[in-house]
Write a protein that binds this ligand. Structure first.
Ligand code: ATP
Ligand code: FE2
Length: 328
């Protein structure tokens, strides 16, 4: 029997992407196009939707051309069903539905955070890790227990990626802000900012506000960038360490768009070394939103008979701890 092939569609926020993977863990294609808001603006949902509508056919054609296949040769179609921005989510969901109906393929809704985790596990040797999932829309410290990925700690307000993006805008830097802050921080010195950890939960919005005020009062942008990173990443490292202690797990896996940050990696790695834990990070090509993570997770759901049963085609507030899952 030939190996199963899954095509996955990602469109939760700014990125429209299509990936094609096989059950032999081969990523055959991963095409994407990212909507960029104009300078000074955050993501405008209807603009993101229009972007996705405009590029979807081209991205599909490019992905199929890469693998020299047409849709009839694909076994399974999966799509990111949430969480995310409804206008963006609908583009991917409708596109997936159209092909699943036309070519009579199994259609699998995928939870986006779960996909960030599964691509991280596929690309590293992490075994049953504490998961540190940090992106523009999410900040969660997660661990698997008894049939679910459980959330041990999360943000009470802004996600870390969003906090970095908002802070970058205040400093007049282009989007996405995270990499810009990282570059600028290399030349910075520490200025004091609030440090807010409550139990296992974190809060970033007060830090961003304080940083903006300090900047207005004349603090150097590089010092603001440095201090935001040091403060927020120390908070995240503290909560991750506590999750390791609570769960008794021995590995940490960092995933999501913010995982690309080298200073964050360094702080988590140092903490792990001091505790005798192993640190893993998703390779940068797969840290941001991509279709291959949705395709791979769809394939896993299919093979492990864990296809999520959802009542609407998109779930803008879908949490990972609502998805019955298995340990890979
Ligand atoms: P999700 O739906 O998972 O929240 P997302 O829409 O935020 O995903 P991702 O591609 O996972 O998309 O993450 C994007 C975020 O990652 C942005 O906030 C961006 O600033 C941040 N980011 C990217 N590179 C870096 C970096 N080097 N340092 C810090 N943050 C980064
Ligand atoms: Fe994401």
């Amino acid at each position: 029997m030939s190996k199963l092939i899954c095509l996955g569609i990602e469109s939760t926020a700014h990125t429209f992407s299509i990936g094609i993977v096989t059950e032999n863990e081969e990523i055959l294609a991963d095409e994407k196009s990212t909507y960029k808001p104009s300078l000074g603006k955050g993501i405008v949902p209807h603009e993101a939707r229009d972007h996705h509508e405009k590029v979807k056919k081209k991205i599909l054609e490019e992905a199929l051309r890469k693998v020299n296949l047409n849709l009839e040769n694909i076994d399974i179609i999966s799509y990111s069903a949430g969480p995310g921005l409804p206008p963006s989510l609908l583009v991917g969901a409708n596109f997936a539905l159209e092909f699943a109906n036309k070519y009579r393929k199994t259609l699998i809704p995928v939870n986006h955070p779960c996909a960030h985790i599964e691509i991280g596990k596929l690309k590293t040797n992490a075994k049953d890790p504490v998961l540190v999932y940090l992106s523009g829309g999410n900040t969660q410290i997660i661990a698997y227990a008894e049939g679910y990925y459980r959330i041990f700690g999360e943000t009470e307000d802004m996600p870390i990626g969003n906090a970095l993006d908002v802070a970058a805008r205040k400093l007049g830097l282009p989007m996405p802000g995270g990499p810009e802050i990282e570059k600028l921080a290399k030349k910075g010195k520490y200025v004091e900012l609030p440090y807010i950890v409550k139990g296992m939960d974190l809060s970033f919005s007060g830090i961003v506000t304080a940083a903006g005020e300090k900047f207005k009062r004349g603090a150097r942008p590089e010092d603001i960038a440095y201090s935001i990173q040091e403060t927020c990443f120390a908070m995240l490292t503290e909560v991750t360490e506590r999750a390791l202690a609570h769960t008794g797990k021995e590995d940490v896996l960092l995933v999501g768009g913010v995982a690309a940050n080298k200073r964050l990696q360094e702080m988590l790695r140092t903490m792990c070394q001091e505790r005798g834990a192993n640190f893993f990070v998703v390779p940068q090509v797969y840290s941001g939103d991509c279709g291959s993570m949705i395709a791979w997770t769809g394939l896993l759901a299919y093979k492990h008979k864990k296809i999520p049963k959802i009542k609407d085609k998109i779930l803008p507030k879908w949490r990972i701890d609502q998805v019955p899952w298995f340990q890979t």
